[in-house]
Ligand binder design. Structure first.
Ligand code: BGC
Length: 905
């Protein structure tokens, strides 16, 4: 029997999909094994409804038998047609290079979900409107709070079970945000469901196994529905702060019950559900939550509660049309990490300040004992003012304030439908309560993507930078990748996300997260073919009939991200799916720019946003991105077998490239603007003739030295600077930029206390204090796009951009004496990769791990003249080595653990 093991079983990029949007889901597994050169030569997948049988290698729905193949990624299901509301299990057996077979893997589970719109018998329900003056309006509701924020709606319904239940699954979603209770207990561990989509087009549902929560006989289901992105506040347009999609949050829910005799029953939302209000006076993403515990209605979610004072729910057709209800493509949002804050001080106005020590997105939990009616106000901010007060000016209109009114006795408060971006919290507590009487906990909330990478090194600053990048990702990946979690913005900006994409994939498995967001991007694409600046886009329309079209570098993400999804995860279907939309964007640009310089249809045209020093001319940035997209389109067309398109885009790229050279490059090789970013784009996107590259390199180096050896790029140039420099043989300079702590640098922000990536290089400086309150987030990931360089080049885990999904790895570390050592891992969909180097007196010891069934191309820096494996020469180990064009040692290896000694010349 082989000990080659299939692990990390994924279906449509998820470990346990909560529903499918396809009847042919694709199955992926990674491999683990000890020893070297381990390979999969064949596999057998079994899929069935009985988990035990599947675990022993028997599948009633599909049994591929032994398939001779090394494939492990995205194998399409081709068994018996999947039906709605099934739970199926699958496992895989693999054969190794000696044709020995493994035992069946631990089974993984797939909820098929509701595959057809017609499977939904539930009706959208909403709370009946309370007439003015209200019959039972909770105190301080929409009628008298200054923000017109609505109280959360509560729904309940009792139902009777006729027999013993074999299985019960709840399918639910909301226009708004929802949480379910069954017989008084919370259902599932997600928060802020169903997440954010273009609710006029589609909304995602979630599935919950409710079998264990049901009682024999009478049962009660309850739901709490808040405003969220649907009708609550999002973004900065104060003329239209909320109600972007509608004004009445609504619930859609159905429970599928299967009895032990095989008969089924569905309990679904309809007019018979009762609705009312409870203690959530309002709960809004930007404002915060007000919770009056005196209004709690104990037992509202239990059988026997007297709901005669509640209203009948109203069945509605959402406007302007009912959204398509689809299975969740991304990962659930959850509470992930808790922090115990430190008490800082009492301000002169008597407020208590606490410090989490980490800038997060999430909320606080307050546990205390207080008399009935005592009021607590929690305000959240990212920083402190010099006068010891909380700094909130950069939140703009986001109130980020939670208010809790005590019901008396010991109690716990945790807001439900709000998120704050903060490190510090200011508590106004009732008279007589000091910090000792409050138990506070900070809770991070985000899309709960599996961690994929780790990075550590001999530099404390660099380790903090990695932590800052990861926390900025946690703080902003919430259903969509947002720009920032704190101020009144929090939109899915396409530019920031494409710049950060590769870094994000190293830190976490973002495949499902981006699969979902690509749907939002496609939903936002305009009729004329424009991708937008933000997706979902409705929050950004400012009354315009169409969403504003995307700027170069922003809208371009509609092409760049599908391509990177293919590069990273080998997902060709993504390219297929979005190809037509990508072409429409390229058509639009080409139609408007016959001269091949991208001056027109550039819309907001932000250029290399937030750069320092000279501004790179906007048409340089725009045209460079256009050339880059033409290149990607040519490659995509080739992969998809579209020969004519391939020729078209290759020709387009040539035309743009020569136009770029004619328009922007002078005879001395200077590029218009003469900025770091101009040269970086030209070099990285290959827009300079080979003969002129050296001149461009010279100018780039001059621009860096003119800036005193500092970075001056904005959010677009930043992704290229260190990778380009190291590819040019300037690794020392790349390290210098990376490890600096003088302004502007990552180290500078860290030296000044940053625990997340700042939006701007000068978010805070000792001379000027905080940057303009108009735009100064301390939790913005774009400038964190350096993470990609840290994994790919510093540690040397450079996942090949060949769509092999991690099967072929390029390992090319850049050992550096100042850093001393570096240790990183990356778990691709194919398996766990590791690299650890340590400088020694004579060279470098380098330990790596290549997962089974994968190969690595090793490329050493030029200064290493020899390399030994396990103390012997490569030759002795039977590994042929060669030299790259630049003279560096290269060789190929199969899977396994290796210890190399790199010998410096
Ligand atoms: C956002 C950025 C975004 C930009 C567009 C800002 O308000 O926070 O991250 O890319 O607008 O220029």
């Amino acid at each position: 029997m082989s000990e080659l093991r299939a692990v990390d079983l994924r279906c449509e990029h998820l470990f346990a999909p909560q529903g499918l949007n396809t009847r042919q889901p694709r199955l992926t597994w990674a491999l683990e094994a000890t020893g070297r050169d381990r390979r999969q030569t064949a596999y057998r997948i079994v899929v069935g409804t009985d988990r035990h049988k599947v675990a022993s290698g028997e599948g009633s729905l599909w049994d591929t038998g032994k398939v001779v193949s090394s494939e492990t990624l995205l194998v399409p299901y081709a068994g018996r047609a999947l039906r709605s509301d099934e739970i199926v299990h699958w496992s895989v057996q693999v054969w190794d290079e000696n044709d020995l077979v493994s035992s069946a893997s631990e089974p993984a589970t797939i909820y098929t979900g509701l595959l057809e719109q017609g499977d939904w018998s539930a009706q959208w329900i909403t709370r009946a409107l309370v007439p003015p003056g209200g019959r039972f309006p909770p105190q301080d509701t929409v009628y008298d709070n200054p923000y017109w924020a609505r109280p959360a709606d509560y729904y309940r319904r009792e139902f009777e079970l006729r027999r013993a239940v074999r299985r019960a699954t709840i399918y639910a979603t909301a226009l708004g945000l929802y949480a379910l209770h069954l017989n008084g207990k919370p259902v599932g561990d997600q928060v802020l469901a169903p997440g954010w989509t273009d609710y006029h087009s589609r909304v995602e549902y979630q599935s919950y196994d409710a079998t264990a929560l049901l009682n024999g006989g009478a049962n009660a289901i309850g739901a709490i529905v808040g405003e969220g992105w649907y009708s609550g506040r999002v973004s900065y347009d104060q003329k239209r702060a909320g109600s972007h999609y509608g004004v009445r949050p609504a619930l859609l829910c159905q429970i599928h019950i299967e009895y032990d005799d095989g008969s089924t029953e569905i309990v679904a939302t309809d007019g018979s559900w009762r609705s009312g209000n409870e203690a959530i006076v309002y709960s809004d993403l930007l404002l915060g939550e007000k919770y009056d515990a005196r209004l709690e209605k104990p037992g509202w979610d239990l059988v026997g509660f007297d709901d005669s004072a509640w209203w009948a729910s109203e069945v509605i057709q959402p406007l302007p049309r009912a959204p398509k209800v689809e299975a969740t493509r991304g990962v659930p949002t959850r509470k992930t990490v808790e922090f115990e804050p430190k008490f800082v001080h009492r301000t002169s106005s008597g407020k208590l300040i606490f410090d989490l020590g980490q800038n997060i997105a999430g909320h606080m939990r307050l546990e205390t004992e207080a008399p009935r009616g005592a009021t607590f106000v929690l305000r959240h901010g990212e920083a402190m003012q010099p006068d010891g007060e909380l700094y909130t000016a950069n939140l703009r209109w986001a109130l980020a304030t939670d208010t809790y009114i005590s019901k008396g006795g010991r109690q716990v408060f945790e807001p439900r439908f709000t998120v704050h971006g903060f490190r510090f919290v200011e508590v106004s507590a009732p008279e007589g309560l000091g910090p000792e009487q409050l138990r506070l906990t900070g809770i991070a909330v985000h899309s709960d993507m599996p961690l994929a990478g780790s990075f550590e090194s001999g530099s404390e600053m660099l380790n903090q930078l990695q932590s800052n990048i990861v926390w900025t990702q946690r703080g902003n990946f919430l259903s969509v990748p947002t720009d920032c979690p704190q101020r009144d913005e929090r939109m899915g900006w396409l530019g920031d996300a494409q710049v950060f994409f590769n870094t994000a994939t190293y830190n976490m498995d973002t495949s499902a997260f981006f699969t979902k967001w690509l749907v939002d991007i496609a939903d936002a694409q305009t009729e004329e073919g424009a991708f937008t600046d933000v997706a979902p886009s409705a929050v950004y329309t400012r009354f315009a009939p169409n969403p504003p079209r995307g700027a170069p570098g922003w809208g371009d993400a509609g092409v760049i991200i599908p391509w990177r999804m293919y590069e990273r995860y080998g997902d060709l279907e993504v390219l297929q799916q979005y190809y037509a939309g990508m072409i429409r964007w390229l058509d639009l640009i080409e139609r408007n720019n016959p001269s091949f310089i991208r001056d027109n249809a550039v819309y907001s045209n932000w250029g290399d946003w937030l750069c320092l020093g000279n501004f790179t001319p906007k048409n340089v940035v725009a045209t460079a991105y256009w050339a880059h997209m033409a290149e990607l389109m040519g490659k995509a067309a080739r992969l998809l077998g579209k020969r004519q398109d391939e020729a078209r885009f290759n020709a387009l790229r040539r035309d743009i490239r020569s136009a770029f050279q004619r328009a922007f490059i002078d005879k001395d090789g200077r590029i218009a603007g003469d900025t770091q970013s101009a040269y970086l784009f030209a070099l990285d996107f290959d827009l300079v003739e080979a003969a002129d590259r050296e001149k461009a390199v010279g100018h780039l180096l001059r621009c860096i030295s003119d800036a005193g050896g500092h970075i001056q790029t904005g959010i677009h140039g930043i992704r290229h600077i260190c990778p380009v420099l190291s590819d040019l043989g300037q690794a020392e300079l790349a390290y210098d930029l990376l490890l600096k702590d003088t302004y502007p640098s990552w180290g500078f922000s860290i030296r000044n206390g940053a625990t997340t990536i700042w939006e701007r290089w000068d978010g805070w400086t000792p001379e000027r204090g905080f940057q303009s309150v108009n735009m100064n987030s301390l939790n913005h990931y774009a400038l964190g796009a350096i993470g990609e360089f840290m994994f790919a080049r510093v540690a040397g885990i450079d996942v090949q951009a060949d769509g092999s999904g991690g099967r072929h790895i390029r390992m090319r570390p850049l050992p550096n004496a100042e850093l001393g050592w570096c240790s990183a891992t990356y778990r691709s969909h194919a398996g766990q990769i590791a690299s650890e180097w340590r400088c020694t007196p004579g060279g470098v010891d380098w330990k790596i791990a290549v997962p089974a069934n994968c190969t690595a191309r090793i490329e050493l820096p030029k200064n290493f003249t020899d390399v030994h494996l396990d103390g012997a020469t490569l030759q002795a180990a039977g590994i042929p080595r060669s030299r790259s064009a630049e003279g560096a040692i290269c060789f190929d290896i199969g899977s396994g653990d290796y210890l190399f000694s790199l010998i410096a010349g």
